[in-house]
Design a protein around this ligand. Sequence first.
Ligand SMILES: [Zn+2]
Ligand SMILES: [Zn+2]
Length: 458
Amino acid sequence: MKITNLNPDTAIGASAWFVQIQGHGLLLDAGVHPKREGRRGLPLFDLVKNQELDAIAISHCHHDHVGSLPIALRYFPKAHVLMSELSYFLVERVLHNSVNVMKRQREELGIKEYPLFTHDEVDDIAPVFQAFKYNREVDWAAFQKTRAGFSSPTLEFYDAGHALGSAGISVRAAKETLFYTGDVCFHDQTILRKARFDDVNADVLIMETTRGNRRLPPGFTRESEIERLSQAIRRVLRRKGSILMPTFALGRTQEILALLALLMAEGQLHRQSIYIGGLGRVFTEIYDLESHRTHRQHPGLQLHEALDLVVLEQGQAKKMKLEGGRIFVITAGMMSENTAAHDLALRLMGNETHAIFFVGYTDPDTPGGRLRAAKHGERFLFSPSGGKATRLCEAHDFDLTAHANRDDLLDFVGQVAPRAVLLGHGDDDSRNWFEEQIRKRHPRIKVFQPKPGQTVEV
Ligand SMILES: [Zn+2]
Ligand SMILES: [Zn+2]
């Protein structure tokens, strides 16, 4: 089996793995880099453009895994596109939103290459998408039976517990098997239950390493972290301050909304409006609609019924009154310029009454990352349009991750006991930690950290 890492960057970047197995070609994910602009954010598709590709399998609908799917299909127009049933309900919304964001960035930032694809193109490719339930083994290359005379390899999606529809992908050929974790979570979240990877077998494992550089403090529990967050929310609301929780639209937003709904149901929080973004609203509706198909907690909890959700209108974040204790769960985790999260943060941070709570990943080189790193009372450059600012409001981090903690992932490597592990989706120090630990604990397992564009034969 040959595996090529098409991520253009060594960090989390744009996930895309080109796999050649038993005479067939498969692309695992087609993401875009969250920080790179224009075509520089695309996977290195040119490296494999002359190869045969039978299918593209998508692990989940976050942009770093699916955002370049229309471009991938330009390279491989005959490829079948396979994903989990729940991802199927999300994927078109995600791609259409990408077009909108790229169009806006073309206007605002003058990036002439944008949009890299159009709404029409998304509509054109949608009919080839195929949806599969978790734990059904399917032929993904059966239409290429003529090739090489081999029997067709199969593919199976495993619930990854990371965001709605997220899946680990198992690929089985006659002589060897591969498992790709995608983004995975080995603990229950407020809505989604943990990954169901119990009976995974594989000769080769491709693994995410997001939290390899993060040691959990002794005594840490998710329950105590949630308790700390709910106390902080109550404290700020008591003094009539407003709270901003910047989140990503798919997954984290719904987990935080569920938490607020449960606190209100328990009487720990008074019922009040929760302000969200338009895209967060769309995905929240899909979480509600598909709750009966989802392996989750609180299956009866319908967020749009339990909460008074108010979608922020264009420009509202710049003008609305912030006194009186409002709650914003706003989609734009990085607080990029020209977003409501950016404008709200700028208005809230100079006032000691208010609070900004970070509940997910923030890239250090974004306005959100710089605000997160800023000390109380320190002047720092927030963004080019926002200029310099001073943080006087309360700001805290809460570790409510949707990614597996590193010790759980390491246990998973031991459980699968593959002959080789390929490490991706993490910073250098994260991947290095895993490499070191796997070598120590399992000296027989070969460990690879394929560089951008590098092919590994295993
Ligand atoms: Zn993800
Ligand atoms: Zn990811």
